[in-house]
Design a protein. Sequence first.
Length: 266
Amino acid sequence: MSSAKIPKITNQEIEAFEQDGVVCLRGLFEDVWLERLRSAVDWNMTNPGPIATNLTQGGRLHLDVFMWTRNSDFRAFVFESPVAAIAAQILKAEKVHFLFDHLLVKEPGYIKPILWHNDHPDWPLQGWNMCSLWVALDPVTKETGGVQYIKGSHQWRKWLRQKDALAEAVAHSASLELLSWNMAPGDCLVHHALTIHASSGNASTSTRRRALVTRWAGDGVTYDPRPDTFITHINKIGVKEVNSIHRLHAGDSIDCDLFPQLWPRA
């Protein structure tokens, strides 16, 4: 069992997540975790996984997933830090399953935005009780590519992909309230899997924007092997945990080696 101190999420913070679809939690991760993750990010950028993405447009965008299956520092963060306990409190869940980790690095000068989208369409799951925890490893501002959210958009219960016509309409609707925060390293955004969000490029000439996102499922979430999710690419990861998901059928519990139950701690 991890000895990491478990932070207490307040009722007000949980209510903000439920009503707005996102909440910013301040200073939840100690420097020892941040330094360990920064070192892991440096390792990953020189040792990317088989489905990593690297784009150059003014600067560099580096994305990768399932790093925990290949790197002990990413794995330790998921299994030993307070992150699972935070997800359980936010989701009011008796148990939570870890889905995957997702690295997003916007180097200074990367100018291309990430368009409006939500997360659930890319996940092979059904259910309501899911979230993402977005941990800042650098100071984050709108200039460096901080995330913007459409307040309450999870309540629309709509799947939104970046190229959908709805995304364009959303982006230009003046009646919608947007939420965003300046963040210090160790701050964390928690958003619902259906909350619509986007971010600009990193216009800074000197500040990196490194973030580690972990994805979580609470009670009542089941497996849905529909097309057009990350399951399409999962075999390319080439790790033993992938085999466990192929034993699941539609409607099954997601309890497997690829989606381990991490709360409550064993």
